[in-house]
Design a protein around this ligand. Sequence first.
Ligand SMILES: [Zn+2]
Ligand SMILES: [Zn+2]
Ligand SMILES: [Zn+2]
Ligand SMILES: [Zn+2]
Ligand SMILES: [Zn+2]
Ligand SMILES: [Zn+2]
Length: 196
Amino acid sequence: MGHDSIVPGTLKTCPTMNRSQAEGKAALPCWIFGISTFMTSIKSTTCRCKGACDSRRCACLKNGKGCESGCRCQGCQNPLNGVDVSKLSACAVQNIRRLKALTEDELNTLVELPCGHSKVPLRELTGDYHCSGCNEAYWYSFCWNGVAQDSCSWHCEVCGQCRDWREWHCDDCNRCTYGVSLPCQNCERRNDRMMW
Ligand SMILES: [Zn+2]
Ligand SMILES: [Zn+2]
Ligand SMILES: [Zn+2]
Ligand SMILES: [Zn+2]
Ligand SMILES: [Zn+2]
Ligand SMILES: [Zn+2]
């Protein structure tokens, strides 16, 4: 992982949070940070849709999961219904429509890993794939249309975009940003404008 250098308390958001959440693992380091958005997102297990749950307004879809019996939706079209999201990368979950649109042939297409150690069927890259040659984990980025190396990339579920490891999501301005300062560079600029 490329995020080990984060000192607790310096960042409000742990970039690994969204991935761990999507993988269904407990994001232990993030609990220490006391991230409230993370806690609320796993508490709400049903949506309040009256429609078909096919937009991002659906709490279930937004949380990267299918609808459950407790949901009151009718004619539910949640594309994550019946999908085992624990096997998928955060990027694949958020691009589930594109993933589902892939044909068997496309899923069997061999994709070369960035390290050059092997070619892997695309279906293996919809979740983490560990290369035996270098022990790196890779997954297919639907945002970038290419293979992403797990240690230097992640998918921001708030922005719905794959990001470089140097970027992190700032809760204050609700955007991904570079840099190590708090407030983030975007916030700083905003604050500058407000000051007189
Ligand atoms: Zn819904
Ligand atoms: Zn639902
Ligand atoms: Zn639904
Ligand atoms: Zn390799
Ligand atoms: Zn992505
Ligand atoms: Zn973001």
